[in-house]
Ligand binder design. Structure first.
Ligand code: PRP
Length: 215
């Protein structure tokens, strides 16, 4: 039996999605040792392997077939724009992609002014402003702590993930517009979907049932 390889985005999503896989009988005891520096974990009996990767790299591993299945946020899928099948919304890691800033910036969005937008997601920001709003903006790519940008005058607004909203509140910022809802998704390599159709559709079906029970 050929190994089915799963790529999981590191962090909270990985723990939650592993719990879901465990519930449908896809387990990997090797992964439970949190002190281990191993990068890839195998369950010989089931013929599966798991590895953890930076979220932004998961769609790359899946597009090239280095992983058959990936679990990653919709934000990363949209930003990376890779060729893969998005097959299931796992209903975990729910949050929103939003345009945020000080209340005073709301007007700039209404009047389609040329503003600066700081973000970790330039492709999503570009698509939103250029294709949906038809507003020309200058997009500034940042690596993190995006909320700093309007506070220190780098940009008028930001495009960023809002989960609880506390980062915004604590920094005097607000949601000005909603770009799209986000959550963790299961993605599948296009060739694997044909070659391992039975095993993969079986997993999708079981996960779908689990998501149904959880919601
Ligand atoms: C994310 C996001 C926001 C924050 C939103 O940042 O970029 O800053 O979480 O969460 P909240 O609405 O619950 O406050 P993350 O912690 O991933 O770090 P980053 O700023 O380095 O991207």
């Amino acid at each position: 039996m050929r190994y089915l390889t799963f790529a999981l985005a590191k962090g909270r999503l990985a723990d939650k999605s592993l719990q879901m896989f465990n519930r449908i009988g896809i387990t990997c005891r090797e992964m439970e040792d949190k002190t281990s520096r191993k990068l890839i974990f195998t369950n010989e009996e089931l013929g599966i392997r798991f590895f953890l990767a930076k979220a932004g790299d998961v769609p790359t591993y899946v597009e090239y077939g280095a992983a058959d299945i990936g679990i990653v946020g919709k934000d990363t899928i949209l930003e990376e724009g890779r060729r893969l099948y998005e097959v299931l919304d796992l209903g975990i890691g729910r949050c929103r992609m939003c345009v945020c800033g000080p209340e005073s910036a709301r007007e700039l969005l209404l009047h389609h002014e040329l503003i600066r937008v700081a973000t970790k997601y330039p492709a999503i920001a570009k698509d939103y402003f250029y294709n949906k709003k038809h507003q020309t903006v200058e997009i500034i790519r940042l690596g993190g702590s995006i909320e700093l940008a309007p506070i220190v005058g780098l940009s008028e607004v930001i495009v960023d993930i809002v989960e609880t909203g506390s980062t915004l509140r604590e920094n005097g910022l607000a949601i000005l517009e909603e770009v799209c809802p986000l959550s963790a998704r299961m993605v599948v390599n296009q060739v694997s979907m044909k070659r391992e159709n039975q095993r993969i559709t079986g997993i999708i079906r079981q996960m779908q049932e689990l998501v149904g029970k959880q919601s």
